[in-house]
Ligand binder design. Structure first.
Ligand SMILES: Cc1cc2nc3c(=O)[nH]c(=O)nc-3n(C[C@H](O)[C@H](O)[C@H](O)COP(=O)(O)OP(=O)(O)OC[C@H]3O[C@@H](n4cnc5c(N)ncnc54)[C@H](O)[C@@H]3O)c2cc1C
Length: 421
């Protein structure tokens, strides 16, 4: 027998769950079904508690721009401590720790390298036509030396691709732009203090507390886990899972867009959608390590990881609790045990692990993690989303929109969609 639903949501991550909340608030009687392929809700915003350590799937920290969204979430997290923390983030460069962002702190480099960055910044390449790629944009705005010392090696480790293949705006508002005046103003004594007041928030129970907030008002049974959508019939307006077929009014899908396209059988340019994957190692040690640092960026291509974060410095834990992120091409294979040994050796090389003993570990692969935003992916994403929307199938979220965004962006996007349907 075919079931009926007004709304079928694919995916119980932040996008799918937030849509269910917004739509239900507007249409209390609507029949909403949320189908989730994994055994539990949360998507990439999940948290693991193990041996007294609390680890996210990858370091998730929050900078809400809209106080109403943050307040709405907090109201649904009773008893949960949420700490506001002044961010301490550095770049490990040639044995020194430089304040982030690199481009605004070149005066902290060895003198000769500082002068090189400054000269190359002043004589940065110009051009009549706008830059054609992310890599070219970096050199045109910040000069060859800043790009070569940090921006290119760091981002190529992360994205696992050549930056010259990415769109100029591949990181959107997440790229810390700075012009010459900003950079030079930051050389002033005391400037560090003013540029250093950026804060983030983090719940004591980990990022999953925001998932729990989104589950708070949903009736039991609305979210069906372990139930992947395997196909969508656009003509019959039905979705099929291994358990049932549901006739829908609208589908809201937070599955990756190329996967949604395959489920519907719609013609699409599969090669437009490339991405990296990220292997995250969460590591718990028997005693404390460095204090005064929340995360650090590593542009050195000979190191396995591109970023390391210290959870224990958020809630003043007495045992070092790290997340370590490694970027890789989408089709790369990991020898997981070998990467852990390599990561531990690299952490020792960088002086992050000294006498501490590893007592607990966990890993997860996020695939896709960072979408490669290119001219081709932008065009194909816009075309596919518009075509699917005409058939009441709406592709949302970080991977449904094949974009770079935060969880707050996911909530804002689904709030607008719920108001529009
Ligand atoms: C390394 C990394 C670090 C990040 N750090 C931050 C941060 O610090 N702060 C921040 O705000 N954001 C951060 N983000 C972004 C944040 O994780 C995402 O914006 C958010 O989790 C995306 O939620 P989503 O629901 O759109 O997608 P997802 O979390 O991917 O959820 C999609 C869900 O759909 C399910 N699904 C897929 N296919 C099917 C199917 N066929 N049937 C049923 N279910 C299906 C999946 O199992 C999944 O649960 C980070 C992302 C990454 C990769």
């Amino acid at each position: 027998m075919i079931e009926d639903a007004d709304i079928v949501v694919i995916g119980a991550g932040m996008s799918g769950l937030s849509f269910a909340n917004w739509y239900r608030a507007k249409h209390p009687g609507a029949r909403i079904v949320v189908l989730e392929a994994a055994a539990e809700p949360g998507g990439y915003c999940r948290t693991v508690a193990q041996d007294g350590f609390v680890w996210d799937y990858s370091g998730h920290f929050f900078h809400f721009k809209d106080p109403a969204i943050e307040a709405w979430l907090r109201e649904r997290m009773p008893g949960q401590a949420v700490k506001t923390v002044e961010k301490q983030s550095f770049i490990r460069y040639a044995g020194r720790d430089i304040d982030f962002p690199f481009q605004k702190n070149i005066h902290q480099l060895p003198h000769a390298e500082f002068l090189e960055c400054l000269v190359e910044l002043y004589f940065r390449p110009s051009g009549d036509a706008p830059p054609r790629s992310f890599g070219e944009m970096l050199e045109r705005r910040l000069g060859k030396a800043i790009t070569a010392k940090f921006l290119r090696p760091y981002n190529e480790k992360l994205y696992a691709t050549d930056l010259d293949t990415l769109d100029v705006d591949a990181m959107g508002r997440f790229f810390p732009h700075a012009d010459i005046a900003d950079i030079i103003a930051n050389f002033r004594p005391g400037a560090k203090a003013t540029s250093y007041n950026a804060t983030f928030t983090y719940p004591e129970g980990g990022a999953v507390q925001y998932v729990n907030a989104l589950l708070h008002d949903l009736p039991p049974g609305m979210v069906a886990c372990d139930e992947p959508v395997v196909s969508i019939d656009l003509a019959a307006h039905t979705v099929t899972t291994p358990r049932r077929t549901i006739r829908f009014g609208h589908v809201i899908s937070s599955a990756p867009l190329p996967a949604l396209a395959r489920m519907t059988g719609i013609a699409h340019d599969a090669a437009a959608f490339t991405s990296n994957k990220v292997l995250v190692w969460n590591l718990g040690f028997d005693r404390k390590g460095a204090a005064g640092v929340h995360w650090m960026y590593f542009p050195d291509r000979s190191l396995s990881f591109y970023r390391v974060g210290w959870y224990d410095n958020i809630f003043a834990g007495d045992r070092m609790s790290l997340y370590v992120e490694l970027g890789a091409a989408h089709d790369a294979t990991f020898d997981v045990d070998a990467t852990r040994e390599r990561v531990l050796a690299d952490l020792a090389r960088e002086g992050i692990v000294t006498t501490q003993r590893l007592i607990s570990h966990h890993h997860v692969v996020l695939d896709p993690a960072y979408c490669h935003i290119t001219q081709r992916s932008l065009a194909e994403t816009a075309r596919l989303r518009a075509e699917l929307a005409r058939q009441n199938v709406h592709s949302v979220g970080r991977y449904g929109g094949w974009t770079y965004c935060s969880i707050e962006d996911n909530l804002i996007e689904t709030r607008a969609l719920a108001a529009a349907i």
